[in-house]
Design a protein around this ligand. Structure first.
Ligand code: 5GP
Length: 192
């Protein structure tokens, strides 16, 4: 997606060889107009997949999930909660997710009442690196008997294996921008 790639080129910062920092517009301060465009792009990619609901994980996936849900005509967004939230209760599906950014294992939770059996669910997240977050969400969808229609991510890091592994296992993955490498702080985006 052109506008996202331009924003990454203009404002993104590469840290080391693996981390893309885009917190001036994507996951700390949010450029709402850009997020709205990303939501529309996810709609275009998945509009024929009969999506009932969007699933993401707190916190950074929520903005893109919401604008996508609006583009789909205000379908519900469910976000998995991290950590031990007493207010989620015990009637939950859980999965373990290793956090790439925080380098620790999180338990994510979704209340059972928000995922109905047979629901067609689109997963949205801000980043796809090793695929841990998306696998955790897929695990929860399996437990709930939901149908995964695919995964939409704002930024995929193509030099990490998450996207490739998901596609090889048959998941429809749509990334709005793919980073091929980080070289001396510069983010190298995939053409096309
Ligand atoms: P994965 O679970 O695919 O290994 O990593 C994806 C998750 O880790 C995303 O939810 C995102 O929040 C975080 N993440 C992974 N790589 C990056 C990165 O380079 N920059 C930022 N800002 N977040 C990342």
């Amino acid at each position: 997606m052109k506008a996202l790639k331009e924003a990454i080129e203009k404002y993104g910062v590469g840290i080391g060889t693996e981390v893309v920092k885009v917190d001036s517009f994507l996951n700390h301060r949010i450029d709402v107009a850009l997020s709205t465009e990303m939501g529309k792009a996810f709609y275009e990619a998945f509009k024929d997949d009969r999506v009932d609901c969007i699933l993401t994980v707190e916190a950074s996936g929520i903005a893109a999930a919401m604008t996508a849900a609006q583009a789909f005509g205000n379908i519900p967004v469910v976000f998995a909660k991290k950590g031990d939230h007493r207010n989620v209760g015990n009637d939950v599906y859980t999965a373990e997710v290793y956090s790439f950014t925080h380098q620790k294992l999180n338990v994510i939770r979704v209340s059972r009442k928000y995922l109905e059996k047979g629901m067609r669910v689109l997963i949205i997240d801000d980043f796809l690196a090793n695929g841990e977050a998306i696998h955790g969400l897929m695990d929860i969808l399996n437990q709930a008997g939901c149908v995964l229609v695919g995964a939409g991510v704002c930024v995929e890091k193509g030099f990490q294996p998450g996207g490739r592994n998901l596609r090889e296992s048959g998941v429809k993955v749509v990334s709005l921008a793919i980073v091929d490498a980080i070289e001396d702080g510069k983010i190298i985006l995939r053409e096309g």
